[in-house]
Design a protein around this ligand. Structure first.
Ligand code: GLC
Length: 603
């Protein structure tokens, strides 16, 4: 359309330049308007995937409330603590905050065991505090995403208390039970149970209940329509308060195969294949979408996306009317070996997912969250010499891929793994119960502890580092988990003053992403996939093109760009070292962990 229109204009213009002056002016005006304000559906640079939406453009900052800021000295972060730091959040330039669960909970699994979905955890504050927090965020143009734990509740939830009181109680059927007269239940694997047994015997009803996670996290029975309706009403309660999105915890597990068939030996090594994407998952999601989600302009993301690309698409493609974006684990799983990972594997995983989602569906992009080690300790090098550069490089990767960027709090400071030496320092039920399990099996406990230094979830859950005062300025009391001793150097106060800090870089690159639609929507092309050190790709949208070059190595590296990349008059958009890096004959000399983003002239 646009091309033929311009051709027509050129023909007429060349015939009679003079008499057509007003027409030329009008035409130019039209072209200008077409280029700048054309409705998105008519603009060819967008397709089904990259039709703009606020939640695609958002940088989502994941905030772990327990460890962010304590306002009352009890050693636990709280909502008033967050309120006191709203201006910090604003200064980051982020668009949305995802809060880990803030609902009433006995905290067996740090809030992922909810005892009342409609009230705030006592340690975190009150509903008034919540309302004030939401208002304060909105005032600063920051959206709020809440974390809904819907696969299970706490065993201290009123529903479960009722459910276990008798088999005829109306709430009994809110959970999954195996009556003892049927003999021993078909084995099911539990992630957090000391013996990995997902069935626990309950004497009151002479039945076993199902818990994929800890014994204090009984699985909800989504087969029961009454339960589903209670959940939908509860979601509306929060959405009507004006929240902007939902992250649904472990949601891929909610639909169970209730024939309880036996799984093959070793199935737990491939658990998502057996637990994920159960028989009625889509039915529930469609029902939830039509009853609740479709009524609000919100972002919705479920943790996990099945075990195949097709699974992920079936959850998030626009025509599915289920969820907005896929949050898959393939990239997270790559860095799980303390001996390191191979860069080509990481590149291939990013590339495979991007290609699959190039025309439809949408992805979440992240390198960290509250369930995995610190980004810089896992994918970068957190030693003193390389922490800053490698942390900035990883930030660059997250902010320059196609998909919604998710960023875990503290990573903007370059916070790293704490690496506890003693089991007594750990707070996470996953680590503590796995330790007991290893102990019972007489396994090598030293090897276990060494692995936890790398892998334990507590590595990312240590208090946020605000300044160099006692407890990093997190609390005046005794912190619920120890503060990383590197807080004297790695903290907000020091980094705000330093233009070369991780924090300053984070703000810069967030601003860059926000200003360039090519970084959000542009198509992705990778080069030199097998190169073990350098990750190089371009992003293109319409006339815009950006080149990203990342040196994943402790060594200086000379890198030869693919000859198809034209670097003529390339302009540096951001560089994690000072100065510029010239490109001569398509060659660049990269410093250790150097990350550079160039704006290219599109050929
Ligand atoms: C999810 C959460 C994790 C929690 C688990 C059980 O994986 O991210 O923190 O322990 O679900 O709710």
């Amino acid at each position: 359309m646009q091309g033929s229109h311009l051709f027509g204009v050129w023909r007429v213009v060349s015939k009679n330049m003079r008499s057509l002056k007003p027409f030329i002016i009008l035409s130019l005006l039209f072209s200008f308007i077409a280029g700048h304000a054309q409705p998105v559906s008519k603009n060819k640079v967008y397709n089904k995937t990259n039709k703009p939406a606020w939640w695609k453009e958002a940088v989502v900052y994941q905030l772990y409330p327990r460890s962010f800021k304590d306002s009352d000295g009890d050693g636990v972060g709280d909502l008033r603590g967050i309120i006191s730091k709203l201006d910090y959040l604003k200064s980051l330039g982020i668009d949305a905050v995802w809060l880990n669960p803030i609902f009433a909970s006995p905290n067996d699994d740090n809030g992922y065991d909810i005892s009342d979905y409609r009230s705030i955890m006592k340690e975190f504050g009150t509903m008034q505090d919540f309302d004030e927090l939401l208002k304060g965020l909105h005032k600063r143009n920051i959206k709020l995403v809440l974390d809904m734990v819907l696969n299970h509740s706490s065993d201290e939830h009123e529903w479960f208390k009722q459910a276990k009181s008798s088999r005829s109680n109306p709430y009994h059927n809110y959970y999954h039970w195996w009556p003892e007269e049927k003999g021993k239940p078909t084995p099911r694997y539990s992630f957090f149970d000391v013996n990995n047994d997902a069935w626990k015997y309950e004497a009151g009803t002479k039945s076993y209940y199902l818990h994929y996670f800890s014994q204090k996290q009984p699985d909800l029975n989504w087969e029961n329509e009454k339960l589903r309706n209670e959940v939908y009403n509860m979601m509306k309660f929060w959405l009507d308060k004006g929240i902007d999105g939902l992250r649904m915890d472990a949601f891929q597990y909610v639909s169970k195969d209730t024939t309880w068939k036996k799984y093959p030996e070793g199935y737990e090594k491939n658990i998502i294949k057996y637990y994920g994407m159960g028989p009625n998952l889509h039915k529930y999601l469609k029902e939830m979408n039509s009853t609740v989600l479709s009524k609000y302009n919100i972002m919705t993301v479920a943790e996990g996306a099945g075990s195949t690309l097709a699974d992920a698409h079936s959850l998030v493609d626009a025509n599915r009317q289920e969820l907005n974006m896929a949050y898959h684990f393939e990239i997270m799983d790559i860095g799980n070996d303390p001996r390191g990972y191979k860069l080509p594997d990481l590149k291939k995983a990013f590339t495979k997912w991007d290609h699959s989602f190039a025309d439809k569906g949408w992805l979440a992009i992240f390198l960290a969250n509250h369930d995995v080690p610190r980004m810089v300790s896992k994918y970068g090098n957190d030693s003193e010499s390389f922490r800053t550069a490698s942390s900035k490089l990883l930030t660059t990767l997250v902010m320059t891929m196609r998909g919604t960027s998710y960023y875990f709090n503290g990573d903007e400071l370059g916070m790293s793994n704490i690496r506890f030496n003693n089991i007594e320092d750990y707070r996470d039920i996953a680590t503590i119960n796995a330790y007991k399990n290893a102990q019972a099996k007489n396994e090598d406990l030293q090897a276990f502890m060494d692995k936890q230094k790398f892998i334990s979830r507590d590595n990312t859950r240590t208090p946020f580092q605000w300044d160099a005062t006692l407890n990093a300025g997190f609390t005046t009391g005794i912190p619920w988990i120890k503060v990383n001793p590197n807080y004297k150097e790695v903290n907000v106060a020091a980094e705000e003053k330093n233009p070369a800090s991780e924090l300053s870089y984070f703000k810069k690159i967030v601003a860059l992403r926000k200003a360039s639609r090519v970084l959000v929507y542009g198509s992705y092309k990778v080069f030199d996939l097998e190169n073990p050190k350098v990750y190089c790709y371009t992003r293109s949208l319409g006339k815009e093109k950006v080149l990203v070059v990342l040196n994943f190595s402790d060594k200086e590296t000379t890198y030869l760009l693919d000859k198809s990349i034209s670097t003529l008059s390339a302009k540096t958009l951001i560089n994690n070292y000072s100065g510029t890096v010239g490109i001569a004959n398509n060659k660049l000399n990269l410093k250790p962990w150097q990350a550079i983003v160039y704006k290219l002239n599109k050929a």
